[in-house]
Design a protein. Structure first.
Length: 271
């Protein structure tokens, strides 16, 4: 473990450079570049709000904790967090194979590749939060934002740390599996769809039956999104849900680091 920390300290500058490279490659040949980080979630919010709020009438069925929150703001919070989890885990999953040429030629701690993919997506995610602030300010200016604004809002960083830990853990596991089982890419895309529908992004969990609420609470991403919303909208955390999601995140991180470390020496034989 001490050797791992020494290597990390030695190559921390490279980690930053790899993360910057990933961001540049993501928006290469894009006219709007980093602006898509803010435009894409805004457009998605509008589409989901129209479809589920107006056409299907889901916007009127609120949870008591989110009363007074405009439906577009509710949708945007869930969409941003899910989008980061999806993009970061996909990036980490493909990182070893996509950097196979460098891995075969130069020694670099292999965990740098999935970790840099996750951190680059986290930086993009933090930039996209500007859109969330802007949308909240817009509804405040129109007088249609009725949720309390208090000190709980500053605690919204806690679920974001939880989300980062979960993404790193899941990303390390996926990066290892993808080296040996290429079909994991297709399986993960299906699982991500299931995770999205079980995360209450565009519907209110309070409108579900108690049995269905218990079922979706098993999804750690739901708990992270729910507590992020509660803090951002001036409500205290759901502490049992917070403890559960942090426990799952730490467990995933531990398993991911262990599996990756045990298998990393055989990567070169399979890429």
């Amino acid at each position: 473990m001490s050797q791992v920390f020494k290597n990390f300290s030695r190559y921390r500058y490279l980690l930053g450079e790899l993360a910057k490279k990933n961001i540049k490659l993501k928006y290469r040949r894009s006219y709007l570049g980093i602006l898509w980080t803010m435009i894409e979630p805004l457009l998605t919010m509008i589409v989901l709000s129209v479809v589920f709020g107006e056409l299907l009438g889901k916007g009127g069925r609120e949870d008591a904790a989110f009363r007074g929150v405009p439906f577009p703001v509710y949708v945007l919070t869930g969409r941003l967090l899910y989008s980061f989890f999806s993009s970061s885990t996909n990036s980490a999953m493909k990182s070893i194979r996509s950097n196979s040429g460098m891995i075969k030629k130069v020694y670099v701690p292999k965990y740098m590749y999935p970790l840099s993919g996750i951190l680059s997506n986290f930086a993009i995610f933090l930039i996209s939060l500007v859109v969330l602030v802007g949308v909240m300010v817009f509804f405040l200016s129109t007088g249609s934002y009725g949720a309390p604004m208090n000190g709980y809002m500053f605690l919204s960083i806690v679920p974001l740390i939880n989300l980062l830990l979960l993404s790193i853990g899941a990303g390390m596991i996926l990066a290892t599996l993808c080296v040996f089982f290429r079909d994991i890419e297709y399986l993960w895309s299906v699982l991500l769809m299931l995770i999205m529908y079980c995360s209450a992004i565009f519907y209110f969990a309070g409108s579900l039956s108690p049995a269905k609420q218990t079922m979706i609470k098993l999804n750690p991403l739901f708990g992270i999104i729910q507590n992020f919303r509660r803090a951002l909208f001036g409500q205290p955390f759901d502490m049992p849900l917070l403890a559960y999601t942090f426990g799952i995140s730490v467990l995933a991180l531990g398993i991911g680091m262990f599996v990756f470390y045990r298998k990393q020496d055989t990567f070169i034989l399979n890429i």
